[in-house]
Design a protein. Structure first.
Length: 648
């Protein structure tokens, strides 16, 4: 049994999306940075990430792609793992909520909480956002009935459900937060959650019956467990995949690292689930800010690319990792633009750190034939630099331990700045010219030693930097000089021959990036200002009919349950529709105007008494109403009416 201290950090398990962006990368890189740092400090650290694969949204997207849900998510998970590899993320485990051990433990926990009376059956009626997999009140969705988080239409749901007695634990939760004020970080998030609970905590709907892609409720297989109740359990189920040894070693988690948009799930629902189950609560939940774009839009044509794969290919993953950790202040949002990224790379990495490395190795080659000599006679400027180098590890560690990564890097870069100023103050070129070889040797040794210490401390943020620098400093075989314990002044071995290399961070032409962005913005503005195309002429009216003829047409409100493309038919979509409890199959030639997934969940108008007809071997029972003019077409919707309602 190891006597090392332990550290368990998690990210949220991400929804399988084709659009992993720099925000996802921020959370995962932050957790990876923290795990690397703790391992460097001698901890037995465990870092968990993964994917959240159940729920109505996945089932609908899979149906639209004409695939089974598991088959659908399998292909996307590959992109997750590839991105983490590109970003040098070294997670200790990757959990999927479709893993057998997760499903087993989720059912066990649900059963336990049910048997003690904290889960009961009732009926849910309210608003649900499929995109966010979240329930909302009438007040939250407003008159427009849109999700307050993502802005997409919310659906009115009415179904038999099981409920978790959240309200029972509200006072206990408030007492816990009062006794553990640093459980929710930063303070602003804690205050927000406390105010939320004090306004009154409702019981949580924890099962669904309108779809079946999820973990079955163990005692009622007509129900599947609500995706968020299922997903949160991963933090423990990942530790129980073989036996209880990992759980006993690492639980409770030291940190759940999440974006502020899902802080409520992790700081209210999850702790109350654990209270009900009689399990220890995690020690901290940190809700970091968002990575925002200046204009709120993601557009490659504007040059503000936020695809982390493209950014890593362009600038290197070390630079992207550094930018993320340096730019976002603790608990706050940060604004991303490619110009900001380039500026940070130029200033911090090229001008400050890169310049220190280049000047140091250049002068060693020029003045001492590439040899690092032992220090002897000093200068008046040595003491301040050496003292700052000795003090920096403790100051850096204090901020890293609090997960204030931006402040920690700012503290570290004070030493980089001091070293560059030291070079200007002592003027090694002048010492060489004056023949002061001993003073010169000391100055160059001090520069190398600062470089070594800074590189060790920044290694958790920029993992591939250290081996590159060690190669230039001639110490590639000296792993002992890369440990946290080596952060003591004067350990660099005298007599080492350096191997000067190419600059690690070439300067970026910021003016060229800004010009590209301005040109793209001007082009977009020009397109917006372009005169609108003339409206197409309205088709002439059909021949007049009498009311009795029109009254024969039975128009009904239907809900789209599934929508897929008909194989080998470019124009046809196949719909599965619900109409007052009845299900129908209908074909419609609107594939040119809609992607199948766009239509799932919508309430449309159906000509319900049209004689059935077979198209490509599929019987179509009815016709969906659309409005068309020129080359534009839009289906007619009735979002607020129950299915089966007659249109008259």
């Amino acid at each position: 049994m190891s006597d090392k201290p332990t550290f368990y950090i998690t990210t949220p398990i991400y929804y399988p999306s084709d659009n992993l962006h720099i925000g996802h990368a921020y959370t995962t890189v932050a957790a990876d940075t923290m795990a690397r740092y703790k391992k460097m400090r001698g901890y037995d650290a465990y870092f968990l990430t993964g994917s959240d694969e159940h729920g109505q949204k996945i089932q609908r997207r899979a149906a639209a792609a004409n695939m089974q849900p598991k088959e659908f998510v399998d292909q996307i998970i590959k992109s997750f793992k590839e991105l983490w590899k590109i970003l040098q993320v070294e997670n200790d485990d990757f959990i999927r909520t479709t893993d057998a051990h997760h499903e087993k433990y989720a059912q066990e926990l649900f059963q336990q909480i049910y048997e003690q009376g904290d889960i009961y059956k009732s009926e849910y009626e309210g608003w649900y956002c499929t995109s966010c997999e979240t329930f909302f009140t009438e007040l939250q969705v407003g008159e427009e009935h849109v999700c307050p988080d993502c802005g997409k239409p919310a659906e009115l749901m009415k179904e038999e459900s099981y409920f978790f007695r959240m309200s029972k634990y509200a006072d206990r939760w408030l007492k816990f937060i009062e006794e553990n004020p640093d459980f929710i970080q930063p303070e602003s998030r804690r205050n927000e959650m406390v105010n939320f609970v004090k306004q009154g905590l409702e019981d949580l709907c924890v099962s669904r019956t309108t779809f079946d892609w999820g973990i079955k409720v163990p005692f009622d297989e007509k129900h599947v467990i609500y995706v968020w109740f299922d997903a949160l359990i991963n933090y423990i189920s990942a530790l129980k995949k073989d036996d209880n040894s990992l759980y006993e070693k690492f639980w409770p988690a030291d940190v759940h690292l999440v974006g502020k948009d899902i802080i409520r799930f992790h700081t209210i629902i999850w702790p109350i689930m654990l209270m009900a189950a009689g399990l220890p609560l995690p020690k901290h939940v940190l809700g970091h800010g968002w990575v925002l774009l200046g204009d709120g839009k993601m557009s490659k044509s504007k040059g503000n690319v936020v695809d982390p794969v493209i950014l890593c290919d362009r600038y290197g993953s070390d630079a992207i990792r550094y930018f993320q950790k340096r730019e976002m202040q603790y608990g706050q949002d940060c604004t991303y633009s490619e110009a900001n990224l380039a500026l940070r790379i130029n200033n911090d990495l090229a001008n400050d750190y890169g310049n220190l490395l280049s000047r140091t190795t250049g002068m060693l080659e020029k003045f001492q034939e590439g040899l690092v000599l032992a220090p002897s006679a000093g200068t008046d400027f040595d003491a301040d630099l050496i003292q700052l180098a000795k003090d920096t590890p403790a100051a850096f560690a204090a901020l890293m331990d609090k997960m204030e990564w931006a402040n920690a890097l700012a503290e570290l870069w004070k030493l980089v700045g001091k070293a560059n100023k030291y070079i200007d103050d002592v003027a090694p070129w002048a010492l060489n010219k004056e023949g002061k070889k001993e003073e010169l040797a000391t100055v160059l040794y001090n520069m190398v030693e600062v470089l070594r210490m800074v590189t060790v401390m920044v290694a958790p943020v920029m993992p591939s930097l250290l081996p590159k620098v060690w190669a230039q400093l001639g110490i590639s075989e000296r792993d002992d000089l890369a440990s946290w314990e080596s952060l003591k002044w004067g350990l660099f071995p005298a007599g080492t021959k350096i191997n000067r290399g190419e600059p690690l961070f070439p300067r970026i032409d910021i003016d060229a990036i800004k010009a590209q962005m301005e040109a793209a913005a001007a082009e977009a503005a020009q397109e917006e200002a372009a005169p609108a195309e003339p409206e197409p002429e309205i088709e002439p009216l059909a021949e007049e009919c009498v009311y009795d003829d029109f009254a024969k047409v039975d128009l009904r409100v239907v809900k789209v349950l599934e929508c897929i493309k008909v194989p080998k038919a470019d124009k046809l979509l196949q719909f599965k529709l619900e109409m007052g409890g009845e299900e129908r199959t209908v074909l419609s030639g609107i594939a040119k105007f809609y992607q199948p997934e766009e239509l799932v969940g919508k309430k449309l108008i159906l000509v319900a008494n049209l004689a059935p007809r077979k198209i490509r071997g599929i019987e179509s029972k009815g016709m969906l109403l659309s409005a068309a003019i020129g080359d534009k077409l839009q289906v007619i919707e009735a979002p607020d009416m129950p299915t089966g309602s007659r249109v008259c």
